[in-house]
Design a protein around this ligand. Structure first.
Ligand SMILES: Nc1nc2c(c(=O)[nH]1)N[C@H]1C(S)=C(S)[C@@H](COP(=O)(O)O)O[C@H]1N2
Ligand SMILES: [Mo]
Length: 399
């Protein structure tokens, strides 16, 4: 008999006393009318999960907040819980006043209003967005209490906008063009250089997220969206795209968002996010009610394509078994995995590892450090483990 079937039979074995108590409770349900309709929805007052502010956040320049991954379900992150990272606060932009200038090595430099962009053919795609600083905790010895702290700088939404290739084709890209400088309208005027190949492939100028206009935190009214690429390059409050013939070596691609290698050189323009997975339940800070059936589940994603396989270990990495992948499994999107587990109540360590459809498998911390050393801040995709102690409490662990 399967573990979950046994757990279910235990639930069914309720005594008749419990059934009578349940009927009595039903009879006492209030008969007064409920609350009226609301013009804009809010969640139940009994639901409390919130974005946590990262501990480094002291000023608007350092601001970031983390998605409560342990309290989200499926693959879509509610817009209200999408992680945030901004370098100079969230600007308030009236879309009627906002413009997008596309200039440089194009035949017809053009200024678009938001309304003009919305009149063009649109596309909608479900994709994750991940800061390359996500799970950077793995580089340092300080453990974090839970998965929100270790992995909360990733979220997944349906994004709607205009394909950047459509705009560039209409404007006529000149043959010398090889990069695009993207600039935001926030006080930081954040800028990144983007290879033209990405712009002509799947990049989009997004104006909507999860069925409504972008949230101000996510770049209202326009953001550059680069599926599978590090969060930083997805310039928010997008106001300018300059088509150029070289990378501009901006602050965000020189002193930041580069990783120092053991030989003293730095990895630069590491734009694609490597495959990563993490168990969100049970995870650090949670407490299991007791031995018996528990569903282990979590998220896996890769910037290089789709998740092909997720394996789970319940013995500290000694053995691995395949997890089930929840459909749909979409390219460059969060993928939910599930694994049925019968916990015998002993102290053990659980973890997940993903393999993507390029054949690349998520490394252990030792495998990652052997290649990258310990001077990096970004792009840590090591296997994250959780120790389940005999009393049911769950803690950060490394295997
Ligand atoms: N204009 C602008 N774009 C920006 C930023 C910013 O501060 N200003 N932050 C970047 C960083 S570091 C990340 S990780 C993502 C975060 O996007 P989000 O806040 O929508 O999650 O936006 C990127 N785009
Ligand atoms: Mo970021």
């Amino acid at each position: 008999m399967s573990a979950h079937r046994r757990a279910f039979l235990k639930l069914l074995a309720l005594g008749s006393g419990a059934l009578a108590a349940c009927r009595q409770k039903a009879a006492q349900l209030p008969s007064l009318l409920g609350a009226p309709v609301r013009p804009y929805g809010d969640r139940s007052p009994f639901v409390h999960a919130v974005r946590q502010t990262a501990e480094t956040t002291r000023t608007p320049e350092q601001a970031s907040s983390l998605t409560p991954l342990a309290d989200t379900y499926g693959i879509i992150t509610p817009s209200s819980l999408h992680f945030e990272r901004h370098h100079s606060g969230v600007p308030t932009i009236d879309p009627a006043d906002h413009r997008l200038l596309i200039h440089g090595l194009v035949d017809r430099p053009t200024i678009f209003t938001v309304e003009e962009l919305k009149r063009l053919p649109s596309i909608s795609r479900i994709h994750f967005l991940e800061c390359s600083g996500n799970s950077g905790t793995g580089w340092r010895p300080t453990p974090r209490p839970g998965v929100q702290g270790t992995h909360g700088l990733t979220s997944c939404s349906e994004w709607t906008g205009v394909k950047l290739s459509l705009l560039l084709e209409e404007l006529g890209v000149q043959s010398a063009a090889s990069w695009i400088l993207a600039e935001g309208a926030d006080p930081a005027k954040m800028t990144r250089s983007i290879p033209i190949a990405k712009a002509m492939d799947d990049a989009m100028v997004a104006y909507a997220q999860n069925g409504e206009p972008l949230r101000p935190e996510q770049g209202f009214p326009l953001r550059l969206f680069l599926p599978g690429w590090e969060g930083n390059a997805n310039v928010k409050w997008l106001r300018r795209l300059k088509v150029v013939d070289q990378p501009y070596m901006t602050r965000e691609e020189t002193s930041k968002y580069t990783d120092l290698m053991p030989d003293g050189t730095a990895r630069q323009f590491t734009l694609t996010m490597d495959a990563k997975s993490v168990v969100t339940h049970p995870s650090g800070g949670q407490k299991l009610a007791g031995p018996g059936f528990h569903e282990i589940n979590g998220l896996a994603w890769t910037g290089r394509g789709s998740v092909a396989r997720v394996e789970v270990s319940t013995d500290g990495g000694a053995t691995w078994k395949d997890a089930a992948l929840q459909q749909p499994v979409l390219p460059r999107a969060h993928t939910r995995f599930r694994f049925e587990w019968e916990w015998d109540g002993s102290d053990t360590t659980i973890a997940s590892r993903v393999t993507d459809d390029t054949g690349y498998r998520q490394p252990t911390r030792a495998e990652l450090v052997a290649v990258r050393g310990l001077n990096s801040n970004y792009h840590n995709n090591m296997i994250q483990a959780w120790r389940v102690k005999a009393d049911g409490t769950v803690e950060y662990a490394v295997i």
